[in-house]
Write a protein that binds this ligand. Structure first.
Ligand code: X5A
Ligand code: ZN
Length: 657
């Protein structure tokens, strides 16, 4: 199963006839395609046929007027009339091609999603315009005419019996229209299971950022059965970057997404929070979009539909979008050129506020109840008072009569602009990493194992179990050093070894990587069950430790290689699926260079499943989801995680939430 892509060359026709410098311009589309072409990505995808959305599909979420008004413009050749009509709306222009292309954008998004749900493709990307997430039920807005993502989500709910959809909106603007459409989804499955979870990270600037709505703030968390299923992460300062965004992923999005356990994920993928975008003034580097994408690919059985929204700096847009597609195709996630630090104070405040308002609805946020809730409550109060009074969002919000605004200020100073451009070139050059010849190396002495796992192992690169001179048990260290060699030399991206015995071998292999192969940053993760450990710990506990400690530390450390020591079950009652998830998430680090070492003697038959899921995760196959992620953490785990965080405070910047 492959990656799908859908686009239509005609989508370059929609342009502003009276302002050719308008931000939402045809080059946005053509530059993305060009970059995907240059990286030879398009030829690796299955090309879906673009199609127009049907009236029926549109009318599920839009009023009939939304069709007829735009349809009328198809025959308008008078530029002035088009300009006049356009000026009635908040930020947009209409071109005679707009109606048809908006239909194509929406219909193509539906196609993408239904091909994923039919199992024809694993995941995919809609490279489309006009964008959609500001198109409301009965109003065009913010360059958008029909809400592509919402229409596709509705289609999945109505026609494919999909019960849980996660919509992630990483466009810098709040997708207020998507929020409105699913804010109060009345057709709940069970009182506790909403059908659509909308998660948006957006610029807010305490209301000064477009679209200047109170409904974009964090306390708008859904209504009725949907309470807790609308999640806004408003950013109140500019220049937020990778550290801020990854902290939001690790502290909020991923824990909640794993608990929600979606059957499908649709991304409103705007690239206007990227470095150099004049609208967003944020600083996400293009490679970071690969990290966003890869971190979602372990969920929903890999069913991920990425749909283009905004993005107005052609360089960072095209690179970010192309890297997203490349990640969907399974290429290694490019390491971030500078390791992450702590998120800014302002981002920390936002994250805490979001946790605070949501803590009642999500088990993964329960640690707040036990700890710092009083402090956060105060911080939240202060924030609420400094802006509009707290008014519950009632379904559709209009801009307040007067609101604070912030002008978009594209870089004017030519020197600054040139420097930014050079910086972008450097970043882009840094993401052109080689793809290794083999994806997963496999090395083991036991031929039994090779036979019993033959189908999966056939897709791996089998390494010879060469002898080395060192040690009395030369065989074993030969296995591990061969594996390390293959990863360091770049023959294989990742690998699995079945070692013969004892943890020393694993440690020896680390020494080998550092002393003999000259690596500087090697991360060792010991996931073996400790016989002396009384505490039973489940998936929720492991995921919490992963998101709150392991991934933040790893991103701050920036390992060149990750070595995982594993056995049948990582520890206690953790599910096999969860083990696969952990391995998948680790592949974002170290350019995918992950070596997993199993101890042979301790592998009884059932653990082959553990080995199997690990091979699958490294091969990039979809990983089945675990049903155990919804559980409440046990108190011992909460305390353990907290004390680890406390202990590490002097040594690491990662946040101490
Ligand atoms: C899709 C999108 C933004 C409109 C911004 C108006 N729209 N200032 O990014
Ligand atoms: Zn946007």
């Amino acid at each position: 199963m492959t990656t799908g892509v859908v686009y239509d060359q005609r989508m370059a026709e929609h342009k502003c006839l009276w302002d050719l410098k308008y931000n939402e311009k045809p080059e946005r589309f053509t530059s993305v395609l060009k970059r995907c072409e240059e990286l030879k990505l398009l030829q690796r995808c299955l090309h879906l046929k673009p199609r127009e959305a049907t009236e029926e599909e549109l009318l599920k979420l839009h009023t009939p007027d939304m069709i007829s008004i735009l349809k009328n413009t198809e025959s308008m050749s008078d530029e002035e009339a088009l300009e006049k009509l356009s000026s009635k709306y908040d930020f947009l222009y209409i071109h005679p091609s707009t109606f048809q292309l908006s239909l194509l954008a929406a219909g193509s998004t539906v196609e993408l999603v239904s091909n994923i749900l039919d199992g024809k493709i694993k995941n995919g990307m809609a490279i489309i315009r006009p964008p959609g997430h500001h198109a409301m039920k009965s109003e065009y807005c913010g360059y958008c005419f029909y809400n592509n993502v919402a229409i596709a989500a509705q289609h999945a709910l109505d026609n494919r019996d999909i019960k849980r959809i996660l919509i992630v909106d990483w466009d810098i603007h709040h997708g207020q229209a998507t929020q409105q459409m699913f804010y109060d989804d009345p057709s709940e499955i069970t009182p506790f299971m909403h059908r659509v979870l909308y998660f948006s990270i957006h610029g807010y600037q305490n209301g000064a950022f477009w679209p200047h709505l109170r409904e974009s703030d964090y306390h708008n968390i859904g209504r009725g059965a949907g309470l807790g299923y609308n999640i806004n992460v408003p950013m109140n300062e500019v220049k937020m970057g990778n550290s801020d965004y990854m902290a939001i992923f690790h502290q909020l999005l991923l824990p909640i997404a794993y608990e929600f356990n979606p059957e499908l994920i649709i991304v409103s993928a705007g690239y206007d929070a990227a470095l150099g975008c004049p609208e967003g003034e944020m600083e996400i580097t293009p490679a970071c979009y690969s990290h966003f994408t890869n971190s979602l690919m372990g969920l929903a059985n890999g069913r991920l539909a990425v749909v283009l929204e905004g993005g107005y700096c052609l360089k960072s847009l095209s690179e970010g979008a192309a890297l997203t597609l490349r990640t969907l195709l399974g290429d290694p996630t490019p390491p971030l050129l500078s390791n992450l630090g702590a998120p800014s104070k302002s981002a920390q405040n936002t994250i805490l506020s979001v946790m605070y308002v949501l803590r009642r609805y999500w088990n993964c946020l329960q640690h707040l109840e036990v700890f710092s809730v009083e402090e956060i409550k105060d911080a939240t109060k202060i924030r609420e008072n400094q802006f509009w009074p707290h008014i519950e969002f009632s379904g559709s919000d209009k801009k307040p009569e007067t609101y604070p605004t912030r002008d978009i200020c594209p870089v004017q100073d030519p020197d600054v602009a040139a420097e930014l451009d050079a910086q972008l070139d450097l970043l882009i050059a840094g993401t052109c990493l080689d793809v290794q010849q083999y994806r997963v190396a496999f090395i083991a002495n036991s031929t039994e194992l090779l036979v019993s796992l033959s189908e999966l192992i056939q897709r791996c690169h089998i390494l010879p179990t060469g002898q080395t001179e060192i040690g009395t048990d030369g065989k074993t260290s030969g296995i591990l050093t061969n594996l390390i060699d293959s990863l360091v030399d770049g023959t294989s991206r990742s690998g699995i070894a079945i070692a013969d015995n004892s943890s020393e071998n694993v440690i020896d292999s680390l020494k080998y990587a550092i002393d003999d192969r000259g690596l500087q940053n090697v991360m060792f993760i010991d996931m073996r069950a400790r016989p002396d450990c009384q505490q039973s710990c489940g998936d929720a506990d492991i995921l919490s430790a992963l998101f709150r400690i392991l991934l933040p530390v790893a991103y701050e450390f920036g390992p060149q290689l990750i070595v995982v020591a594993a056995d049948h079950s990582p520890s206690g009652d953790v599910s096999i699926e969860c083990f696969g998830q952990v391995v998948h998430l680790l592949t974002s680090l170290s350019g995918g260079r992950v070596a997993v070492i199993f101890e042979h003697e301790k592998i009884p038959n059932p653990s082959l499943i553990g080995l199997q899921i690990c091979v699958q995760a490294l091969l990039g196959d979809p990983i089945p989801s675990s049903n155990e992620t919804r559980r409440l953490l046990n108190v011992e785990s909460m305390l353990a995680i907290r004390s680890v965080i406390r202990t590490q405070i002097p040594f690491w910047n990662f946040v101490k939430f």
